[in-house]
Design a protein around this ligand. Structure first.
Ligand code: NAP
Length: 257
């Protein structure tokens, strides 16, 4: 059964910009939004992977376009937001799902490692929101969904740079929700636990090298589609009373409320 059979999320005809659409989670998000009738714009640096996702969507009858960009560059992000708004007429949904992996022992991580994580995650989300908000406000509103991660609330010893960015994104997104709610903007965060992906394989390998790390036992790993279905719900007007939340998506594995 496809998601469209489960419930009409009233997303058909909307336009979404998905950052990290060449990645494991971002591509699943783009595919599911397209299945729900959303016209998706796919961004990342890897044009080949983006074209593969685009073809998968269009072959299935969806609407997708590729906008290649390096989101560490403010000008490139601004130009892309303006180009999408011009071509599509509006940007209803922004999804941020980017990061470069920076895993390792705290004492061995360099300033450059920390800066790479800062630039490829937190600052990407800052840049895209700053670029898209004026377009959303001009059209009466929009929905922002930022992918952070469980390690923003539960520190993982091999993943302190990414975890620190996740904690910052949780706060930043709530701040954007508060600041722009009266202009029709909703901004929410999804904080996934481990999701089956190359990224998770790299983290697991690093954790194995750190003596203090505790292995994580779960009934099953999360799948990218688990995150994508939550994005679809948060993007939908059916969730329009949900604003500024951090939604844990970790199979219930975080040992806090
Ligand atoms: N996988 C997990 O277990 C897990 C768990 C919790 C949270 N998360 C979070 O979920 C998000 C997606 O993770 P994933 O597993 O899908 O990782 P992934 O497969 O490595 O995807 C990362 C994405 O980030 C994009 N990206 C990186 N730097 C970029 C830049 N400068 N400009 C534009 N795009 C850039 C990559 O695109 P290009 O290579 O095309 O540039 C890629 O599409 C990340 O924020 C990650 O921290 C993942």
């Amino acid at each position: 059964m496809t998601p469209t059979n489960l419930l009409d999320l009233k997303l058909s005809g909307q336009t979404a910009w998905v950052l990290g659409a060449s990645g494991a989670i971002g591509s699943a998000i783009a595919v599911i939004l397209a299945e729900l009738g959303v016209r998706v714009w796919l961004s990342g640096r890897n044009e080949t992977k983006l074209q593969e996702v685009c073809e998968r969507i269009t072959r299935a009858g969806g609407q997708a376009s590729v906008q290649v960009l390096d989101a560490t560059q403010s000008v490139a992000v601004d130009d892309a937001a303006n180009a999408i708004a011009r071509a599509a007429g509006r940007i209803d949904i922004l999804v941020n799902s980017t990061a470069l992996p920076t895993f390792g022992k705290f004492t061995e991580l360099t300033d450059a490692d920390w800066d790479r994580t800062f630039q490829s995650k937190l600052m990407v989300y800052v840049r895209t929101m700053r670029a898209v908000l004026p377009h959303m406000i001009e059209k009466g509103g929009g929905t922002i969904i930022n992918i952070s991660g469980k390690a923003g609330r539960l520190p993982s010893p091999a993943h302190l740079p990414g975890g620190s960015m996740n904690a910052a994104i949780n706060l930043l997104t709530k701040g954007i929700a508060d600041a722009y709610q009266h202009q029709g903007i909703r901004a929410n965060t999804i904080a996934p636990g481990p999701i089956a992906s190359e990224r998770l394989n790299a983290l697991t390998a690093q954790l194995a090298t750190i003596a203090t790390a505790k292995p994580e036992y779960m009934a099953r790993k999360g799948e990218p589609e688990d995150v994508a279905r939550a994005v679809a719900w948060l993007a939908s007007p059916l969730s329009d009373y949900m604003n500024g939340i951090v939604l844990p998506l970790d199979g219930g594995s975080i040992p806090t409320v």
